[in-house]
Design a protein around this ligand. Structure first.
Ligand SMILES: [Zn+2]
Length: 315
């Protein structure tokens, strides 16, 4: 009873937050937001499997590869929205409290986490990024959460999730291990694909310019300089000074192409493009997989799409 009453209060306070939030939210992605969760729920789960929730679509895909039909998996932040400053809605609370486990990225990505889990009962919250060597944000105090942009880190994510799943559901061990091994082989292939593709770019053209500097782990792993108008979406400002700085970088280095993310308002990069005359050479995926039909519906596909887009734009 107490738990339910807590939920009611929580739901009421959330509706209030949501009402306030709507008026100031970015307009561009709104049409994408009410898209239902994609095909992850369609598979028929085994009856004794786990009910799993994760924070955002990229983890939903990665963990779904390991779980297969052994359990059900759902995620909180809808495709098209960025996961840093998300406002949870009452149905998110239910998803989490009805789950056996809630997998999060960690490294400070889910800034809304406390809001959600304070009232979500005693669900286990497991960060999947354990063991990742973090890249620090400017100032050196906070960690950059975008560790999944380095395929090597996602292999660690997979190892962490498998170990945790087996602990919770020992009978599923062979399924989890088999699925994980197959997926790790695909990740290995992806990693080689990226390294081979990057070799076709001259070194001075290995520069990624986007709105949010979310490619630092990618840049470190695959040899790119990375620049953003701002460092991380939760510090998003897009001030004239920040835009001017990026314009200078693009001009000074004669950077041949810039890019825009699917989860960020494109007007900032349009402004950089207008001022420099350098074309926006395509959309890239950082904080969410692509919508159905985008060709970037999974982590592996989104990474391949990004690499193709960079190579085509920068060579
Ligand atoms: Zn981000």
């Amino acid at each position: 009873m107490i738990k339910n009453f807590g939920f009611l209060l929580f739901a009421l306070s959330l509706s209030f937050i949501v009402l306030i939030g709507c008026s100031s939210e970015k307009t561009q992605q709104e049409e994408l937001v009410d898209e239902p969760e994609d095909s992850m729920e369609e598979a028929t789960p085994e009856e004794d499997g786990l009910t799993i929730t994760t924070s955002f679509s990229i983890l939903g895909d990665i963990i779904g590869e390991i779980v297969g039909t052994r359990g059900t998996i759902d995620y909180i932040v809808p495709i098209g929205e960025e996961p840093h400053e998300y406002e949870p809605v009452p149905s998110d609370f239910r998803k989490v409290s009805d789950s056996d486990v809630f997998y999060v990225n960690g490294l400070g990505l889910e800034e809304w986490l406390e809001k959600l889990v304070d009232s979500a009962g005693d669900v286990a919250i497991v960060p999947v990024s354990e063991g990742v060597t973090p890249i620090m944000l400017e100032g050196g105090e906070e960690e950059d959460p975008h560790a999944w942009m380095n395929v090597g880190n996602v292999k660690l994510y997979v190892e962490n999730v498998v170990a945790d799943l087996i602990e919770r559901d020992p009978e599923g061990e062979s399924v989890y291990r088999e699925n994980a091994d197959a997926y790790l082989a695909e990740l290995e292939e992806l990693d080689s694909f990226i390294k081979t593709e990057v070799e076709s770019l001259s070194e001075e053209n290995r520069v990624i310019v986007v709105s949010e500097d979310a490619f630092k782990y990618f840049g470190e792993a695959y040899g790119f300089q990375t620049e953003g108008v701002w460092e991380i979406n939760s510090h998003e400002e897009g001030t004239p000074g920040q835009i001017a700085r990026v314009i200078d970088v693009v001009n000074d280095q004669a950077i041949p192409a810039i890019f825009v993310e699917t989860t960020v308002d494109r007007r900032y990069m349009e402004s950089v493009s207008n001022d420099t005359g350098v074309e926006i050479a395509g959309e890239v995926y950082t904080d969410a997989v692509g919508q159905d039909g985008s060709g970037a519906e999974t982590y592996i596909l989104m990474m391949k799409h990004n690499v193709d887009t960079f190579i085509n734009g920068l060579k």
